[in-house]
Structures are given as C-alpha cells and as structure tokens.
Design a protein around this ligand. Structure first.
Ligand code: 9PG
Length: 773
C-alpha cells in the first residue's frame, strides 16, 4: 500500500501500511497510530509566544504535494490555521509509502502589524486526558525511555520514569552537561536532548526526535506521576526570536516513529537525522594513538617522538598519532608553545608523517584561558553574561590560569580567527583534529549578534574552522553538543573520559557527576549510544587502556572495555606508553585493529545501560558482547530470536578460543562476575561453509568470514579465503566446510594470506600455516 489520504468532516486521515495519522484541520489536534500497537492520541502543536500558548483555531488552507525528500518519495500535506490574533500556525506532514513514522514540520507566521517574540515551537505537545492517550504495549512500570544527554560526556541510557534525573546541581557542571535551554529536571520530569524512544523491553515502541539541527537547540520533555507518563513535549527553543510582520519561523523537523518489537527507534531516528544533516560517513575513521591518558598536560615533544618510533617498530596498524592537550602555551594560544615543545609542533607533524602516520592535534577552539594572550588582545571576543562578566566555560586545575572563558561565536573577529586557526594547523601538517570542549561554542550569553540562535552560531563557528582546515581533514568532536554537530564532524566522542580505574572517584560521585573519568562511565555511554555509529558520524568510544602497570583495571575490566569497543565498531584509540606494554597486551592491540565494519544493535533493553551489543556481519554471523554491569555474579540470558537468529547457531567464545557448541532460542552465558563480559561469535548452522571463530582479530572471525567463498560446484567441501589483516598475525582460524566437522588452522602471516581448502588439501599463498588436524 502506498500513502493513502482521506477527508471525513474536518478530520484528515493519512496512512500507509505501518502507521496512520488523523489531524483536525481546524485545531491541528492529531493522533498517531502504529499497526505494531503503539499510539499517541490527542497531541497539539503549539507555539510559545511571549509567555503565552498559541494554538491553532480555524482552518485556513490545505495543500498536498508529492515530493522527493532526503528519505525518498513522500506525500507532504500542509495545513495552515489561524492562531492567536495576528499569528498563523502551519503544520506540514510527510509520509512515505514504507515509512515507520511521519515527519512533522511546524511553522509560525506573523500576520499582524508588530514584531512578536517566539520562545518555543512544540511540534508535539501532549497532555494526558480522557481523549488523549499514549499507549505502549507492556506493563507501565517496565517502560524505559532513552536519555540522549546533551554533549559527548553527558550520561546516556535507558532509565525508567521513576528513576532520578542524574544530572549535577552545580551551575558549572550544568553548563557542561545541559543544553542552554534544557531545563533542569525536578522530580516528576525528565528531559532527553534532541530525541528519545519510549518502550517496554521487547515490545512495540515510539520514537520522537528532531531530524534537523540547523538553527535551534531542542529536546523532548516528559512529565510523569509514578510510572504513568502524563505529558510529552517535543520542543524547539527559539530563544525569543523576533518575528517581524510577514515573516515565518520554521521549527526544526521532527520524526515521530513507531517500531515493531524487533526494531530500534534510536537507530531509525539516527539514520534519518544523519541523512537530513548530510553526515559525512567514512568507510573507516581508522585508529589513533593519543597522548592524553599517559602524559596528560605534561606531554613533551620527546614523548610524541618516542611513541612514533615505538609504533613504527611495532608495525601495529595504528594510522594516526595525535598530540593532545599540553603542547600549547595556554588554552587559546594555539600557535605558541609550552616548554616541552621548544620547536613547536610543525616539525613533529612532519616527523609523524614521514614515519608513515597521519598527524593529529587537539584544540579547544571555543575556549580562551583568562591568562592567554588571545584573551588579553581581544576582550571583545569573549562571551559575556548579561552583566558583562566573561562567561566561565571550564575550571581546570591542569591549565595555566585555571579558568577558561567561552568565545563569542557570532563575533566576526572570532570567525575569522577560527578560519585562520584551521588553516594554520593544517599548514603545519595536521589533518586529524580533535576539537574539544565544543559545548563552549553554544553557551547562552550577551553576544555580538544576538539574533543568531545558539545552534546556528555554533555550526557557523565550527564550519569556519573546518573551511580553514580545508578538504580531507578529519574532525573529531569532543565535549560537543551532540546532534547539532552532525554534518560538521567525521567522528564524535560519545562518552566521558576513560580512566585506569573502574568506578569514578567518590568525590565526583558525591557531586553527582556521572560523567567523571572512569572506565565504567565511559563504557555505559559506549553501549547506550552505540546505534548512533555510522548514522551520524563514526563513534569514538575513547581509548582502550591496555597498560598492565599503573592501572587498577585487571584482565577482566580490560577485556570488557576492549570487547565493547571492538563490538561497537567505533574508532580504536590507544593512549598507553606502548614501549611499556607486555607482549600479551601488544597482541591485544593488534587483535583490535582494524575496527569492524557495521553498526551494532542493542537488542531489547531491560536495564538502564544496555548489557548486550550485537554487531551483525555480512556473512550471516554476528559478534555478541554481553556484560554484567550488576553488583553480583550473574548468568546473562540472550534472546537469540529477538536478535534475528531464528535457527540454531554455532557459538564461539572469542577470549577462550573455544567452540561452545550449538544454541537455539535463548543463549545463557557463563556465570559472569561483576564487570566481566563475554564476546561470542554466532554463526548460523545452515550447512554452508563458515568461519566459526578466529583468534586473529577480536571480531572472532567477523572480518575473516567476509572473504570466505565456496569453490567450484562439485567441491561443496572446498572454500577459499583471503585474509586482509594488517600487521603481523599469528593465531588460529576455525572453519566448517559444508556439512563437515570443524577444522582448525594455525596461521602466521603479515598483512594478507590466501587459503584454498578442500578435498583433503590445503593451498596457501603468500604466507600461512598447516592445519592442526
Ligand atoms: C584534555 C582532555 C582530553 C580528553 C577530553 C577532555 O572538567 N574538566 O576539567 C575536564 C577536563 C578534561 C576533560 C574533560 C573535562 O577531558 O575528553 O580526552 O582531551 O580533555 O584536556
């Protein structure tokens, strides 16, 4: 069925095979139903104008078009209504033939004689009433919503309505973790920035998320009484935008989606948002060594040189060497250098490149230390509070001057300076830029151009730097307003800093800082935000800490971090002094590289942090990561059918290099201690030749299996495999030929090996080894 529209009295019906929408053309009151069983009935778009609600009353016009949008062909219906004296509200609906949801675009036009200040536009405003219901299958107290978090470091997860809002109360911490217009949440309220999903585990769900982020910050606000959701608003903060007579203001476009139990609303939203915002999706964002987690601000040129030499000698396929915080004379004085870098960074970039690596540099482009020369020379560039005092964006004991102020991204001098900064560092030879503390570019304050909304100003400033750096640069956002960065960064840090200890320090916990450095905090976001990967950007899960000294992380925790990072498909970043790594941890680094293709799936989420990730391979198999984040030892149960494995699968334990035998329906893991995880390769037992497992890469055969091909047609038992794995590889590969018993090969090769196996023979090209049996 394609898109069907019908009119009954003043009600307009629009539907396809998956969802339907009814809208009253005079009031814009609307109801959304999905065939999967979830519905949101009786919501009304509204504008907040000078402290009052403006609702539609009185149909004014109706238009239908067939258009070709970013998601393909769709029907677009525009309903225009009278509102508040002098205002006109217009709601455009877009629905394509097979879409699992609709796009809503609300706009307001000033038909009066005087300018009006627009506070917010809510494409959805819903409040529970006798005729306004939100229905989600499943028990209400099992309902979980997705909390996105505002920026890279903000905690993200799937809490219940009755869980407490975790965000800190201190104003500076709030500056760093809330959007300027995300309200703090008293009891009974929650906010998810940019998008949310609502569902009971394993049931049909709803998703609500903004698809465009060009001008205004936005969020979804929820109100509840106990476990009952009573209010939902999808809100675009318009910052008092002055709407001149005759002018129109358009809200960011909103997705209202409905998922079957097997679908993920977050993934569906992210795929669409990435398309609308033209996310640059690279085949691979590669891998990097970063100086931060070993040397912090004490890093010296000599340390970077030593790391370059070690990496070159290791022949580990890490492709970027990135200098982090510490090279600069002061935050904001990026072209002047700290004592440890007597010759600056340009000669280092050259050496890094000459050694065959890409050169990376850290910058916090929207910050200036109060003791920087930039701040001294350009006081007019600094964002101010309405009282005229500089806006403090960070207090960091590690920095000269301790206090860093935010720059005003609407000041033309700042934009020009950012462009020149991008050009200068690119000219020095850096084409991988980790841009940190980016939230400082979207802080509210008294600005040079108050008419530029926050998201728009942030994007313009980031684009200035990007333009200065030129084509071919890789930008990695960090501490960045997440979704407003889509399209401007190739990669995005999606969690707090990792640390060589599991739980955050108690002082940080006491302040309620859930995004303080800690392996646990980092891991939670790696899991919760996994579906954003390769839809909005390449996820950066932060470094895998491999060190075996000066760390409180034991083998169990290191494996948990490494397994989650491998299964996330995200960037592989290391930050250890590699010359001090023991042979096993070096081998682990090799096994992590390169990162795996694809985007992981979460499966049904029944805990605040998802405890499983599944990375599906294109050979029919999958890599399953499952972790015990609880406080006591447990066996985890994984519903294979819910993950799309209908039949029997062969299960291979990657860490144990062991075939565990077939599983069907539900898979029970071994008993896992707290913080322990398991990494399993699942392969359908369908009689076809398969790679069952491998120790050559942490994917356990995910990469190896992609190249497996059956040979000849009589030779049902013959296969060929071409393994492309950079660096020196030594390990075992477990195969099953058609119908046969598993076969184990011990291999040793560099970069590439081609194998032909069958009819009792083994042919090896380039390099390789002999079968064990
Ligand atoms: C460099 C680091 C690393 C790291 C980033 C970011 O609140 N704070 O004082 C604070 C300091 C450091 C920090 C986050 C917050 O970490 O995530 O990878 O680049 O900056 O300073």
């Amino acid at each position: 069925m394609s898109v069907h529209t019908a009119r009954e009295g003043s009600t307009l019906h629009v539907e396809n095979a998956r969802v339907s929408l009814e809208v009253d053309v005079a009031t814009l009151r609307a109801s959304f139903f999905s065939r999967a069983g979830a519905s949101l009935a009786g919501f009304r778009p509204r504008a907040r104008v000078e402290g009052e609600n403006a609702l539609a009353h009185g149909a004014h016009g109706e238009q239908r078009e067939e258009i070709e949008g970013p998601h393909g062909a769709c029907t677009r219906l525009t309903l225009t209504c009278q509102s508040d004296p002098g205002l006109e509200l217009s709601l455009a609906l877009e629905l394509g033939a097979d879409w699992p949801g609709v796009i809503l675009e609300l706009s307001v036009t000033n038909r009066g004689q005087t300018a009006r200040a627009i506070d917010a536009l809510d494409p959805i405003w819903w409040s529970r009433a006798a005729d306004a219901d939100l229905h989600l299958p499943g028990p209400p107290d099992a309902l979980r919503f997705f909390r996105m978090g505002y920026q890279s470091w903000s905690p993200s997860g799937f809490p219940r309505l009755t869980d407490r809002d975790p965000l800190p109360r201190l104003k500076l911490l709030r500056t760093m973790h809330y959007g300027a217009f995300t309200p703090p949440c008293p009891a009974g309220e929650h906010v998810s920035d940019f998008a949310t999903t609502l569902r009971c585990p394993g049931e049909a769900g709803l998703s609500v998320g903004f698809l465009t982020h060009r001008e205004f910050l936005n969020h979804v606000a929820l109100r509840h009484v106990g476990a009952r959701l009573d209010e939902l608003a999808a809100r675009v903060s318009c910052e008092g935008h002055l709407l001149a007579p005759g002018a129109t203001l358009r809200a960011e476009r909103l997705w209202l989606g409905a998922e079957t139990p097997g679908e993920d609303g977050l993934a569906a939203w992210a795929a669409r948002a990435g398309r609308e915002m033209e996310a640059p999706l690279l085949d691979s964002a590669g891998s990097a060594w970063c100086s931060w987690y070993q040397f912090f601000t004490r890093v010296r040129a000599e340390d970077v040189r030593a790391a370059t030499r070690t990496l070159a000698a290791l022949q580990a396929p890490v492709d970027t060497i990135q200098i982090d915080d510490g090279f600069q004379a002061a935050v904001g004085d990026w072209l002047e250098y700290a004592d440890g870098f007597p010759d600056g960074v340009a000669p280092l970039a050259r050496e890094i490149r000459d050694s065959g690596f890409r050169a990376g540099l850290w910058l916090a482009p929207f910050l200036v230390s109060r003791e920087s020369r930039t701040a001294e020379r350009h006081p007019d560039w600094i964002l101010r509070s309405p009282r005229g005092t500089p806006r403090v964006a960070v207090v960091n004991d590690g920095w000269k001057g301790r206090i860093a102020w935010a720059l005003d991204p609407t000041h033309p001098g700042v934009l020009e300076w950012l462009f020149e900064l991008g050009r200068a560092v690119r000219g020095q030879g850096f084409d991988y830029l980790k841009l940190d503390f980016l939230y400082a570019g979207a802080l509210a304050g008294a600005r040079h151009d108050p008419a530029v909304p926050l998201a728009a100003g942030y994007r313009r400033a980031l684009r200035a730097l990007r333009d200065g750096a030129g084509d071919g640069v890789l930008l990695l956002g960090c501490g960045a307003p997440l979704v407003p960065s889509i399209g401007l960064v190739e990669a995005m840090r999606i969690g707090p800093d990792v640390a060589p200890f599991w739980r955050a320090r108690s002082a940080n916990r006491a302040l309620g800082i859930l995004s303080a450095p800690a392996a646990e905090n980092s891991l939670r976001n790696v899991l919760a935000r996994a579906p954003l990967h390769r839809r909005l950007w390449h996820n950066d899960p932060d470094c895998v800490l491999l060190r075996d000294r000066d760390t409180k992380l034991g083998e169990r925790e290191v494996r948990t971090l490494a397994g989650a990072i491998a299964c996330s498909g995200g960037l592989i970043v290391v930050s250890d002094d590699l010359s001090k790594l023991g042979p096993e941890r070096r081998a682990l680094l090799q096994r992590l590289l390169p990162s795996l293709p694809g985007t992981p799936e979460l499966g049904p989420v029944a805990t605040e942090t998802p405890e499983t990730l599944l990375l599906r391979g294109d050979d029919g198999g999958g890599l399953l990561f499952a972790v015990n984040l609880g406080r006591s030892a447990r066996v985890l149960e994984v519903d294979l059918a819910a993950l799309g494995f209908a039949g029997t699968v062969s299960v291979y334990d990657v860490w144990g290099d062991q075939l565990l035998g077939p599983a069907r329906g539900r898979l029970r893991t071994a008993r896992l201690q707290p913080r322990a995880s398991t990494l399993l390769r699942l392969v359908p037992e369908d009689g076809l030749p398969r790679v069952l497992g491998s120790t050559l890469h942490l994917g356990g055969g995910a990469l190896e299996g992609r190249s497996l091909a059956a040979l000849g047609n009589d030779g049902q038992r013959a296969v060929s495999l071409t393994l492309h794995l950079p660096g020196l590889r030594q390990g075992r590969l477990r195969l099953r030929l058609a119908g046969g018993e598993p076969l184990t090969l011990s291999l040793c090769f560099r970069d590439r090996s081609t194998l032909e196996i069958g009819g009792g023979q083994l042919g090896v090209e380039e390099s390789g080894g002999m079968p064990d049996r």
